[in-house]
Design a protein around this ligand. Structure first.
Ligand SMILES: Nc1ncnc2c1ncn2[C@@H]1O[C@H](COP(=O)(O)OP(=O)(O)OP(=O)(O)O)[C@@H](O)[C@H]1O
Length: 299
């Protein structure tokens, strides 16, 4: 469990994180979303005790990072996968970290197998592809078999197979009861990976919400039907919000198209149009529009 309470971090006159409070729970993948410069990396650095907060604080399993007796065994992190000595082999890189943290060499071979780098374990990390580098960074995070894991933009630059692998790994780690916090600026990616979302913008909390709930709230569906009254009644019963659209259409929020179709069937109503209006990415962009640092103006 990670608890962030009133976290504030300033760099000179710039407030990178502004009175941020949220909890990351075990047993699920929590997506940490926000546009560029929102403060995701700064928050992760504060969790790891790499940045000193100006106000508020962070606890990991009830204690501050400085209070953790064996940090690598409690929190694992992938912050910058390029932070590897290029002339060192993958195995030596891990061995050095293992030795300084009282972790066995057997565990090094275990994590190399876990991330699929066994065959290149004795190759220099400097010659690794981006995907291999990410795998090595993840091996470092997993080395101490920690209960809490942080991944900062782990899928950046990866091919579809690499993305699928990371997604499954994170879900597996959460299923084992670990606390998994993963940052991204892509809503579509998080919708497939995370159970819960923390959305920030300009260092402030914008949303702390379950993925299913976000998907429900985020999507409007345009509906046209013959005999709308009974459909409106049935949709309201099912928990949807219905507002009038243009030309007699209905704008339905809170239900997916499939569920609206079922309501129409229940009400014995013929649908003449059923069109989802916003993609998840659009819903996320609407949510964070006011917090984007650098915006291109519409042509
Ligand atoms: N060491 C630093 N010195 C000065 N300003 C910094 C420093 N680190 C971050 N910032 C500023 O703090 C703000 C938050 O940055 P941060 O890297 O935490 O955002 P982020 O959400 O991780 O963004 P990205 O998705 O681009 O990585 C930005 O405006 C950034 O310019």
């Amino acid at each position: 469990m990670i608890e962030i309470i009133g976290l504030t971090k300033r760099y000179g006159t710039r407030t990178a994180v502004d009175d941020l409070t949220f909890t990351v729970r075990p047993g699920q993948v929590t997506g940490f979303l926000g546009p560029n410069g929102a403060g995701k990396s700064t928050t992760m650095r504060a969790i790891l005790g790499l940045d000193r907060p100006d106000a508020g604080g962070v606890t990991v399993n009830g204690r501050g990072y400085a209070g953790l007796s064996r940090p690598m065994r409690e929190v694992g992190a992938l912050l910058d996968a390029r932070a590897v000595h290029p002339r060192r082999t993958a195995r030596n890189h891990l061995l050095c970290l293992a030795q300084t943290n009282g972790i066995s060499a057997a565990r090094v071979d275990e994590v190399l197998a876990l991330v699929g780098l066994e065959s290149v374990a004795r190759n220099r990390a400097g010659g690794f592809s981006l995907g291999m580098g990410q795998r090595l960074g993840i091996a470092v995070a997993l080395l101490g078999d920690p209960k809490v894991l942080l991944f900062d933009e782990p899928v950046n630059g990866l091919d579809p197979e690499g993305i699928k692998w990371i997604r499954e790994l994170m879900r597996g780690l959460a299923a084992e009861g670990r606390t998994v916090l993963v940052s991204s600026h892509l809503m579509s990616e998080m919708a497939q990976t995370a159970d819960h979302l923390i959305v920030i913008g300009r260092g402030r909390l914008i949303a702390d919400i379950g993925v299913t709930e976000f998907v429900r709230q985020g999507q409007n569906v345009l509906v046209r039907a013959e005999g709308q009254e009974s459909l409106i009644h049935r949709l309201a019963e099912a928990g949807a919000t219905v507002t009038p659209g243009a030309d007699g259409a209905l704008i339905v929020t809170g239900l997916e198209a499939r569920e609206i179709g079922r309501c129409a069937l229940d009400a014995g109503v013929v649908l003449t149009e059923l069109t989802p209006q916003r993609s998840l990415e659009q819903a996320y962009m609407d949510l964070t529009r006011d917090s984007v640092e650098f915006q291109t103006s519409a042509a």
